[in-house]
Design a protein around this ligand. Structure first.
Ligand code: SAH
Length: 210
């Protein structure tokens, strides 16, 4: 599996030109095969998204690497992830930040991810089952927020509020068929500066509303 993981990281570098040594090193350290069902172990390191339960997916390795890269983490940050899924993205982030708080709307997925992350020794990752549209207020503010489900239009207000000035929010935004990876930087006056990247397809962000 280690060989396959090295190959995956090599491909991310060669095929997509992602060169951040820290992100590549984090991807090399996290055993992706531990985050998927046994029946998919053979394709754990393929360049593809893989189904997890409840109609959800663990993102393609490059997508995980790219979103992680957009956060520009240096090791001291407090990060909030919305959409825990398998816990894989959170595990990668845990190698690059001080603490990772992750929120998952499907209770069974949250429970499974929590058990898995504990078993694998990711002690700086904290999992909560709730709707991520409200963030995780008790632990705010965050240096970086990453949303791993597709938002139709805007970042939920609570998530912007819970981001520090100077902090970033990364999310795929757009209609069901395809979303644009977007990075917002929260300015001192509270406004957001927006940068847009490639197109992706994510599972939808479920909004409960108030
Ligand atoms: N980051 C995950 C993959 C995310 S798939 C991994 O590394 O495996 C998207 C996840 O977002 C799904 O598990 C879905 O249930 C969850 N989700 C969708 N809407 C949500 C919401 N409003 N709050 C929290 N989680 C949400």
């Amino acid at each position: 599996m280690r060989d396959k993981r090295e190959q995956m990281v090599f491909d991310i570098k060669q095929r997509y030109g992602l060169s951040s040594p820290d992100v590549l090193s984090a991807m090399l350290q996290v055993p992706r095969e531990e985050f998927i069902d046994d029946k998919y172990k053979d394709i754990a390191y393929d360049d593809t998204a893989i189904s997890i339960d409840f109609g959800q997916t663990i993102s393609q390795p490059y997508t995980v690497a790219f979103m992680t890269d957009l956060l520009d983490l240096t090791g001291d940050e407090k990060v909030l992830e919305i959409g825990t899924g398998s816990g894989y993205q959170a595990a990668v982030l845990s190698k690059l930040a001080s603490k990772v708080y992750t929120v998952e709307i499907v209770p069974e997925l949250a429970k499974k991810a929590k058990e898995r992350l504990t078993r694998l020794g990711y002690h700086n990752v904290f999992v909560k089952s709730a709707s991520g549209e409200y963030g995780w207020r008790e632990e705010a503010p965050y240096d970086a927020v990453i949303i791993t489900a597709a938002l139709e239009k805007e970042i939920p207000k609570a998530l912007v509020e819970q981001t520090k000035a100077g902090g970033v929010i990364v999310a795929p935004i757009g209609p069901r068929s395809s979303q644009t990876m977007t990075r917002f930087t929260k300015m001192e006056d509270g406004t957001l500066k927006k940068e847009e990247f490639q197109k992706y397809v994510f599972v939808p962000f479920v909004e409960k509303g108030d």
